[in-house]
Design a protein around this ligand. Sequence first.
Ligand code: NDP
Length: 246
Amino acid sequence: MANLNNKTALVTGGSRGIGAAIARRLAADGARVAITYIRGADAAARVVKEIESAGGEAIAIHADAADAKAVTAAVEQTASTFGGLDILVNNAGILIPKPFEETTLEEMDLVIHTNLRGVLAATQAALRHLKAGGRIITIGSCVGERNMMPVLATYAATKGAVKMFTQSLSREVAPRGITVNNIQPGPIDTDNNPAAGDWAPPQIAITALKRFGHVNDVAAMVAFVAGPEASYITGASLTVDGGANA
Ligand code: NDP
C-alpha cells in the first residue's frame, strides 16, 4: 500500500469503471478523494459512501470533462474543500468506435474535448495548486502507442496526444518537484469495454496473457505512481495491458 496520508486527490470520471477503482484505492491508501461524473450521480454517490464507510473522506462533483470551465471549477472545489490538491488523475475518457470515414466532426470534437482538451484544462488548473511532491497522472491507452484494432482512429489520436503531453509537461514542471505520468491500460473489463462483449475476442487475441484485465490492475499502478516510492518516475508512459503492446 502506498502512503497517501494527508494527500488530496481528484479523479475525473470516478463514478464507474477504472476511475471508481482508482478513487477507492487512493482512499484506501489514505488520500482524501474527489471524483467527477457527468451522468452517474447515483453511482458517484455510492463510491463516496463506500469510501466514507471504510473511514475515508470523499466528495463527488458534477463536471463534464469536455467542458474546460467545469473541470477547472472541479479542481477549485476540490482544493477549497480539502485545503489543497496533491494528485490529479485525468481518467475521464470516451470512445466512439466507428470507421473513421463515417465519424462526424461532432463525434470527433466530443472525443477530442473529453480525452484531450479536458485533460489539458484540468492539468492547468491543478498546477495552480500542486506543490513539491505533486502528481499528475493521466489514463491514456495502449492504443496511444500502437494500435492493432480498426475503428479507433480518433480515440487513438487523443491517447497518443496525452502521451506526448505527459512527456513534454514533465520537463516543464520537474523543477517544482511535480511528476507527470501516463498510465496506458489495455483491455480492462468495464461498462465501456465489457469482457463479455462482442468486441472482446479480438482484444483478448492481441494480449500476451489472453485475457482482460481488472480495474484494480490499473488502480494499483496509479497508486504506486501517486506514492512516494515513485518520485524518480516522470514523463513515462506505463502500460498495464496484459502484453497487448509486447
Ligand atoms: P467507463 O465508461 O466504464 O467509465 C467512464 C467514467 O468516466 C464514468 O465514471 C463516467 O461517468 C465518466 N465520464 C465519461 N464521460 C465523462 C465526462 N465527459 N465528464 C466526466 N466524467 C465522464 O470507462 P473506463 O473505466 O473503461 O475508462 C476510463 C479511462 O480508461 C478512459 O480514459 C479510457 O479511455 C481509458 N481506457 C480504458 C480501457 C478499457 O479497456 N476499459 C482501455 C484503455 C484505456 P458517468 O457515470 O457520469 O457517465
